[in-house]
Write a protein of this length. Sequence first.
Length: 335
Amino acid sequence: MDRLLEINGLTKKFGPITAVDNISFSVDRGEVLGFLGPNGAGKSTTMKMATGYLSPTSGNITVCGSDVRRNPIEIKRRIGYLPEGAPLYGDMTPHSLLNFVSDVRKLSREDRRRGIEQAVESLHLERVLHQPIETLSKGYKRRVGLAQAIIHDPDVLVLDEPTDGLDPNQKHEVRELLDRMSSTKAIIISTHILEEVDAVCSRAIIISQGRIVADQMPSQLEERSRFHNAVGIRITPDNAEKCMSILHDISEVRSVEQVIQSSGLSELVAFPHNGGDIIGPVRSALDQNGLMVDEMFVEKGRLEDVFRNLTIGGAPNESGDDTGGVGVQEVANHA
Ligand SMILES: Nc1ncnc2c1ncn2[C@@H]1O[C@H](COP(=O)(O)OP(=O)(O)OP(=O)(O)O)[C@@H](O)[C@H]1O
Ligand SMILES: [Mg+2]
């Protein structure tokens, strides 16, 4: 295992505010770590310390075996960093900025040529290469920010909201780029887009009020959702009541919710006891009663649900206000 980033007991205080509170984690080569948390949770502050741009109040950071405080220049060679908001020099063009970054990084002529060529190609910057950065759209600015982060082919990539402001096609391209780079690097990305975690991350850390509240694979996080293994059924409204009563009578089903759909179909969600597998019993009960449904699917679990429970606090939400739909009605079963 090739541990490229190791953080131990990291804390940052700004006067009375504890922005980061005793955080420890590590990232290995080949991992893409998603950093999630509400606004102000401490994601950017942690990233600034991990990259050596902000000194911790206490704690240790090691990048590729070197201590960030003792070897600040050495670790910056090994890290690519996209800061929050992708700050850039507005009067430069992408071309002059990438050359400037290559100068600062003292890249050899060959590394500079290859680095700029690959970054420009990967992020589709050809069209805007000679246009002042301040005149570029938000998405292009972010792409220039990403280009400068990867130009020296770093071992560790720290990207603070890399897909913010990108259109859906570009989001997809950047996710593919991260995927291509992931086997040879350790990558940390912060994001507010939970589907991104499923799409690109091998692991996710949820941080709330400066502390880690979860550190797991995305699929393990989804298993913590009350929707894990729930069965969704779409059915015509005139059959909804009968379907609901059939679902109630299945002993493996804990409760049933009805979501009123704008499409005209009714959606019922049957929840299992303790995340158990209920698709078999649901299917046979519907078959036995000769009830036709339009659609039936098993839910993996909803990250949004887990995120809310972990960052708002309290026990898993059982009140039925969190299904992502309107007009939800939960009917407890076998209480
Ligand atoms: N330079 C600073 N001086 C004072 N307080 C700061 C400073 N930088 C950050 N903070 C505070 O530290 C806390 C964590 O901020 P941080 O920017 O790390 O959050 P974040 O998780 O990145 O949030 P977001 O999702 O909004 O980007 C916030 O309360 C913020 O106001
Ligand atoms: Mg931030």
